[in-house]
Each structure stands twice: as structure tokens, then as C-alpha cells.
Design a protein around this ligand. Structure first.
Ligand SMILES: [Zn+2]
Ligand SMILES: [Zn+2]
Length: 249
């Protein structure tokens, strides 16, 4: 399994997972031409993409979806999330009940409900039958619950948002309504929430953690990294010895 984070952050999110000659994209939140360029850079041809999986319909996750029509790529999203996804050709729309599993080529895909202000937001755990490696993708969510942990456990790779530092949100110049939304249970994960979730997930299966979707205003890469490393070290898990860590910013 080969993982390439094509973009991560509030300005756009897109992740490519490749196995053999097949690839899938998770989210498509940068402009179509930018996606094409980034795919080329990581050695993936658009016609190798067998599916695009959407976490939820906020523009930083779906902006580049016109790429699906251009290359006739099937798009998967949870049933009710389709209410707010526009511009995908009828024959390319696939839906599933959030929490259900399905297969795309050599990938086994599990979905789990997340807690975010969208109709039917989900995260994914994707197992590649060829390598038997599993990657869990947990983006925009205000909290991580037991059901999510259960689906994600024993992953080889974790791609998880580490969005903000609550103190930085509090003192930011954001309107109070936006501050409240970010900090709510249907907003985004703080560095501490992310590190707590990871401390319940990282085990001997884990090879690498990617911290992503960092707020450019309310977080700092070094702070996100330090918070996670410090929490995991309490459990005897040492970076570069027990797991690798990369902050996408
Ligand atoms: Zn969102
Ligand atoms: Zn987002």
C-alpha cells in the first residue's frame, strides 16, 4: 500500500491510496487541475483511480469533484451526504449506509460515522487485500467515540486530523459563533483529542501516523507533533522506534 497526501488543511484535502495498478482517492478538496498535477507528481494516472470516497460535502473535501466526470470515476458517499454534493454525473453516484462496508477492486472499505456539522459525515478504514495493510482516515470530527475506535483499531497507518489548540482558538479573531463551532462536538479535533485517540489505537501493527487538517491560524505543526509524541510516550511508544510521524502542513 502506498499513501500520498495530495493536500491537507482547511484549504483542501485529498488523499491517494495505491495498491498494484489500482488507486482510490479519499476526498477531492482541491481544484481539478491541481489534483491532476499532484497525481502526476506522485506517479498516479487519473485512469488508475477506481473510486473517489467522500468523507463529507464541505468544499475543502469536494471542490475538485469535477475530475470524476472527466475520467468517469465512481464517487462513493454516505446516503444522506449526497443531499449536498452537486455536479457528479448520475451514473457515477454510489451511496452506502454510514457504518457499512463495501469493496472496490482489491480494497476492503469500512466506513464509520463521524461527528461533524454535515448531513452524513464518515471516516474510512481501508484494507488492501494484496499487502493486508490497513489505513484509517479520520478527518473532520468533533470527537472520537468507541465505535470509531473499534473500526480503526489495528491499522498500519493512521491519517487523522489534529486541527487546533483550544487556547489559540479562544484568543483568535474568529467570531464567537465560529469559535463555538470549531470547539463543539460536531467541529474539529484538538491536538489533545487526537493524541488521546491515538494512544488508544497505536500498537505493534502501526507503521506511521499522519497528522493532517491543521488549522493555519489556530495550530502549529510543532505543537501538534509534540502533543502526540508526549501522549504516546506515556504508553512507552517512542517516535521513530515504535511508529513514524509526519505532520502535513
Ligand atoms: Zn468539514
Ligand atoms: Zn475540512
Amino acid at each position: 500500500m502506498k499513501i500520498d497526501i495530495l493536500a491537507g488543511g482547511s484549504s483542501g484535502n485529498a488523499i491517494a491510496i495505491k495498491s498494484g495498478d489500482a488507486a482510490i482517492l479519499i476526498d477531492c478538496g482541491i481544484a481539478k487541475t491541481k489534483i491532476e498535477k499532484r497525481l502526476l507528481e506522485v506517479g498516479i494516472k487519473p485512469n488508475e483511480i477506481k473510486a473517489i470516497l467522500i468523507t463529507h460535502a464541505h468544499s475543502d473535501h469536494v471542490k475538485g469533484l469535477p475530475i470524476a466526470n472527466k475520467y468517469k470515476i465512481p464517487v462513493f458517499a454516505a446516503e444522506n451526504e449526497w443531499k449536498s454534493i452537486k455536479g457528479v454525473d448520475e451514473e457515477l453516484r454510489w451511496s452506502f449506509s454510514s457504518g457499512n462496508d463495501f469493496n472496490v477492486e482489491d480494497f476492503f472499505i469500512e466506513s464509520f460515522k463521524t461527528h461533524h456539522d454535515a448531513f452524513d459525515p464518515v471516516g474510512y478504514a481501508i484494507t488492501d487485500y494484496e499487502s493486508n495493510e490497513k489505513v484509517s482516515i479520520c478527518l473532520d470530527t468533533g470527537k472520537v467515540d468507541e465505535a470509531m475506535m473499534k473500526v480503526m483499531e489495528h491499522s498500519t497507518y493512521y491519517i487523522i486530523e489534529s486541527n487546533h489548540e483550544p487556547n489559540m482558538v479562544e484568543v483568535s479573531d474568529y467570531p464567537n459563533s465560529v469559535k463555538a463551532r470549531i470547539l463543539s462536538h460536531i467541529g474539529h479535533l484538538s491536538n489533545e483529542q487526537t493524541s488521546k485517540a491515538l494512544s488508544g489505537l497505536v500498537d505493534h501493527h502501526t507503521k506511521k501516523i499522519y497528522l493532517t487538517h491543521l488549522s493555519s491560524k489556530n495550530n502549529m505543526p510543532a505543537l501538534a507533533e509534540m502533543t502526540v509524541k508526549r501522549e504516546l510516550s506515556k504508553y512507552g511508544l517512542i517516535c521513530d522506534l515504535n511508529y513514524k510521524l509526519e505532520v502535513i502542513s
